[in-house]
Design a protein around this ligand. Structure first.
Ligand code: HPA
Length: 240
């Protein structure tokens, strides 16, 4: 047991999918995993372990924003020996050629959060994914003919910004999309020498001012979830 995860040692697989929404964790377990059992209900932040194509895998909700995400990621890596953490989330497009439903994979994560500037004494940490997982994702997506965008994302602390134009600064520097967790995930994984990757589906566009319906969201998230399960359970070596 850790403070926020009521699992026993061995209950959680070495590879874990990380949706922000705990109900999406339940959806993944019920829809995609075989023999899934729930190992955590603390705070309603569900976690499940089952198998996918015979390989053991877990899925753990993390909540929204870097502080909540870091609590779960830290406990998974520090207390439960998790080695591979793959975020499956939503994001808002910041570029005109990125549309609703598109998949974005984060090659790096910028942030307006001050968590890392505190952690690194005012300096910046270049938060990036595990290269082998990134390559595995690209291979899996290409094999299925699923197009994707790869690049920098913004992990923001602020969903409701007082300045509705603030995203344009990041867009001008080529940032693809905004979400709220990846910078924390990549930093924590580096600290614990774990592999991490963040795969996102575009649920809204700040450029086009459009959002997906709940039904559209569920359909498109399936592709991302299947790709994430393939990467999570694949034979991927540690490259660094
Ligand atoms: N902002 C921040 N996080 C998000 C967004 C957004 O527009 N869409 C999905 N996650």
């Amino acid at each position: 047991m850790s403070i926020h995860i009521g699992a026993e040692q061995g209950d959680i697989a070495e590879s874990v999918l990380l949706p922000g929404d705990p109900l999406r964790a339940r959806f993944v377990a019920e829809t995609f995993l075989e023999g899934a059992t729930c190992y955590n209900e603390v705070r309603g932040m569900y976690g499940y372990t089952g198998t996918w194509r015979g390989k053991r895998v877990s899925v753990q909700g993390t909540g929204m924003g870097i502080p909540s995400h870091l609590i779960y990621v830290h406990e998974l890596l520090a207390d439960f020996g998790v080695k591979r953490a793959i975020r499956i989330g939503s994001c808002g497009a910041l570029q005109p050629d990125i549309h609703l439903n598109d998949i974005v994979v984060a090659m790096s994560a910028s942030t307006d959060s001050h968590i890392n500037s505190r952690r690194f004494n005012g300096a910046d940490f270049g938060a990036c994914p595990d290269y082998a997982l990134f390559r595995a994702f690209c291979g899996a997506a290409e094999a299925r003919g699923v197009p994707f965008h790869a690049g920098n994302v913004l992990s923001s602390d602020i969903f409701y910004d007082d300045d509705p134009e603030s995203w344009k600064l990041w867009a001008n520097f080529g940032v693809l999309a905004v979400e709220m967790e990846t910078n924390g995930l990549y930093t924590e994984a580096a600290r614990f020498e774990a592999q991490a990757l963040s795969i996102l589906t575009v649920s809204d566009s700040l450029v086009a001012r459009r959002s997906m319906s709940a039904a559209e969201r569920e359909r498109s998230f399936r592709t991302m979830i299947e790709l994430a399960l393939e990467v999570a359970t694949g034979e991927v070596s540690h490259t660094n």
